[in-house]
Design a protein around this ligand. Sequence first.
Ligand code: ZN
Length: 291
Amino acid sequence: MLARKYFCWYALFYCFLFLTGCKSKSSVVKKGPAEQVIPVKIDTVIKTVIVHDTVPKLSMGEHKVWTLGKLGSHAGMRQETAIHYDIRKPNYVIIHHTAQNSLDQTIRTFQVEHTKVSSHYVIGRDGVIVQMLNDYVRGWHAGLSKWGTITDMNSISIGIELDNNGREAFPEAQIASLLVVLDTLKTNYGIPTANFIGHADIAPARKNDPSVFFPWKKLADRGFGIWYNPAELVTAPETFNPIDALKIIGYDTSNLKAAIIAFKRKFVINDVSPELTVYDKSILYNLYLKY
Ligand SMILES: [Zn+2]
């Protein structure tokens, strides 16, 4: 059964190669006296690497497929192939709650055509870890979002969905499994401690996941994300600018109230009003000093 499944995938892949190969004949870039044919098949690189448990391998020369766009018509354009390369690695992890009722429901959501959403991992309430995308491919979990100056979070991140309806605590077994996944990702890709963040951090005006029940401090204690030091809280100095601090941490402050609520939902928890109190500012100041 498995062999048949793989045969189908290979058959599909070679059909795809054949079809795109045919199409590429019309993609001609004129370069000096000799015409150079440059097939535009960037997708084929990705489609060869969708495997679930190994580091994708590109055979030499396979990356000689690229999209030129406007550059292709530049008179001085020339292409030479360097031989040293590998695949881009994820540098962020975005944590979500599913806002659904079961692991199976979420798996189905990521497998039907019309939803247009996915994540690399889904973790069940009982701690079951389901990998749904290779770490190296671009999942569709972040949506319209921004962190610092990054506006395409999907391109540089791994998405992890936790089976949780948003109104309940996260069971210990689920968090234990999450920590195993995070530890693996941090080790494999050298993801910086500060780059383990939530969906609400990068899309504060649209999203509230993971919910206030999510144990961010526990994660930070294990090296995934930044937490303030309660013993060092002091009143922020007069010169402290909380909006700048939110920006420095990464928040998009174009909707300031949304950014403040996202910050408070994560760090203050029991008060999520859209204003910063003296206490909230002391937390923000303490965090700001860590960046
Ligand atoms: Zn989300």
